[in-house]
Design a binder for this molecule. Structure first.
Ligand SMILES: *Cc1c(COP(=O)(O)O)cnc(C)c1O
Length: 409
C-alpha cells in the first residue's frame, strides 16, 4: 500500500460508512441507481438482467422497483409485474412486444383514446392492423387468422359500458388469442383480472393486466406510471425483453410516491366510489340530465355484467358520465363546466381533486349507439372532497340551464 493520502473529495464519494442492516420502518428505502456495483468480474459476468431479482443496471430494476412490482402483482392477483413510465407506455409496450408485421389486434370501440391512436398510426407503420369491436354486441367476436391480441376494458372509457368480460376472455381463449385488459378502472379492487367470474360458476383469467398507476395507486395527481401484470413466466419474459429494449425505466422518487400511496388505495377507492354513486344518483333526478352512465347504477349500460363480475365487492371506480337533454346547445354545456368551482377542468382521475371533462360524440366514435342519448358526454372524476360540497357545486352550476331556458322564453 502506498502512503498516499486521499483527498476529501474522493472520501466523500468512497466513504466507509454503511448503515446497519437491521433498520426497519414503515416505508421501504428508496434505492436510486443507474449504475449497480458488481463485486468482481465473475459476479458481473454471471448476472443477467432478464432474470428475476438480478441487479445489473438501474433501468432493469432496483430493490425499490422490485418492491412495488411485488405489491402490484399481489394487488392484481398475478405473479410478475413490470413498471413503465406511464399507463400509455405500458399499453404500447404490450403491443410492441406481442405483435409483428401482418398481425391484427382487436380493440374495444370504447377503449382509452390513445390506445386507438397508437393502433391507427404507429402500429400501421409496422403493417400491424387493428379492428375496433363493440364489446356490448351479443354477436361472437369476429377473429381473423391474423388476430393475435384482444384488448379489453371494463368499464369502457368515457361511456362506461361494462362488457361481458368472462365471455370475451372465453372466446379469445378458444382461438388461442392473448387477452390484455386495461384494468385502470377496476384498479385490482373491483374484481380480480385473473379470476373473473363466469356464468358457469367458475373463473376466467386474462393473460395480461395493464394498470395506469397514474390514477388510483398514485392518488396524488402528481405521478405518471404504468404496470403490466402477468401470471405466465414465458409471457412475462417476452414483455420484459421488450421493456428493456425500449428502455422503459421509472424514477425511484416516483416509485416511492406510489409505494407511499398504496396502503390507502382501498380506502380511497371505496370513498370515491361512494361519493360518485351518490352524485350520479342525484344527477339522474335533475331534469336537465338525460342519461347518467355508471355501470353500478341499475340504469348503467352492462349493469348485469358489472354485478356478475364485481358482485363480491360491489365496488366501482369514482368515475361516471352524463349526457344532457339533447335540446341544450353546446354553449350551455360549456358554461355548466365553466361554472363549476370545486370540480376543475382537467384530464385523468383518481386524485384528490374532482375533475370534469367534455367529449363530443364524433370524438368518441363514428356511429353513435342506440343505447346512448345523442349529445356531448360530460365525465366526472370524483375526488376526496366532502360529497355535500360537491353536490352543492353541481347544483349551482346547473342553474346555467335554468338561465338558458329563461333566455329562450
Ligand atoms: C389514464 C389512463 C391510461 C393512461 O395512463 P397515463 O399514465 O396517463 O399514460 C390508460 N388507460 C386508462 C383506462 C386510463 O384511464
Amino acid at each position: 500500500m502506498s502512503n498516499h493520502s486521499r483527498a476529501t473529495s474522493t472520501d466523500l464519494i468512497h466513504h466507509s460508512f454503511h448503515a446497519a442492516p437491521e433498520f426497519e420502518a414503515v416505508m421501504p428505502p428508496t434505492h436510486k441507481a443507474s449504475t449497480v456495483f458488481f463485486t468482481n468480474v465473475a459476479d458481473m459476468r454471471q448476472r443477467n438482467w432478464l432474470r428475476h431479482d438480478d441487479y445489473s443496471y438501474g433501468l432493469h430494476g432496483t430493490p425499490t422497483t422490485f418492491h412495488l412490482q411485488a405489491r402490484l402483482a399481489t394487488l392484481e392477483g398475478g405473479k410478475h409485474c413490470l413498471l413503465a413510465p406511464s399507463g400509455l407506455s405500458a399499453l404500447s409496450m404490450v403491443h410492441l412486444a406481442l405483435l409483428t408485421t401482418g398481425d391484427e389486434v382487436l380493440i374495444p370501440i370504447n377503449a382509452y383514446g390513445p390506445t386507438r391512436d397508437l393502433a391507427e398510426h404507429l402500429l400501421q407503420n409496422f403493417a400491424i392492423s387493428y379492428r375496433l369491436y363493440d364489446p356490448m354486441s351479443p354477436e361472437p367476436l369476429a377473429f381473423s387468422a391474423c388476430t393475435r391480441l384482444l384488448w379489453l376494458e371494463a368499464a369502457g372509457s368515457v361511456t362506461m359500458e361494462f362488457p361481458h368480460l368472462a365471455s370475451l376472455i372465453q372466446q379469445a381463449r378458444a382461438h388461442n388469442i392473448i387477452t390484455a385488459l386495461d384494468n385502470t378502472w377496476g384498479a385490482g379492487l373491483a374484481f380480480s383480472p385473473f379470476a373473473v367470474a363466469n356464468q358457469q360458476g367458475g373463473h376466467e383469467a386474462v393473460d395480461i393486466s395493464v394498470h395506469a398507476l397514474t390514477k388510483y395507486p398514485s392518488g396524488g395527481a402528481d405521478v405518471l406510471m404504468g404496470s403490466v401484470v402477468t401470471r405466465d413466466d414465458s409471457l412475462h419474459q417476452r414483455l420484459k425483453r421488450v421493456h428493456g429494449q425500449l428502455g422503459l425505466g421509472v424514477g425511484a422518487n416516483d416509485v416511492e410516491l406510489v409505494l407511499r400511496s398504496l396502503p390507502s388505495l382501498a380506502l380511497r377507492y371505496q370513498a370515491q366510489d361512494q361519493s360518485a354513486r351518490q352524485l350520479a344518483t342525484w344527477l339522474q333526478q335533475q331534469p336537465a340530465v338525460a342519461q347518467v352512465l355508471h355501470p353500478a347504477l341499475a340504469s348503467g349500460i352492462g349493469h348485469d355484467y358489472w354485478q356478475q363480475t364485481c358482485g363480491d365487492q360491489a365496488l366501482a371506480a369514482g368515475l361516471f358520465s352524463i349526457i344532457f337533454q339533447p335540446h341544450y346547445p353546446q354553449a350551455a354545456i360549456d358554461a355548466f363546466c365553466d361554472y363549476l368551482r370545486l370540480f376543475r377542468l382537467g384530464y385523468s382521475w383518481g386524485g384528490p381533486v374532482s375533475l370534469v371533462m367534455l367529449y363530443e360524440p364524433n370524438q368518441l366514435r363514428a356511429e353513435w349507439p342506440d343505447y346512448l342519448v345523442k349529445g356531448s358526454v360530460v365525465r366526472f372524476s370524483i375526488g376526496l372532497e366532502d360529497v355535500a360540497d360537491l353536490q352543492a357545486d353541481l347544483a349551482q352550476a346547473l342553474t346555467v340551464f335554468e338561465d338558458q331556458q329563461q333566455a329562450f322564453w
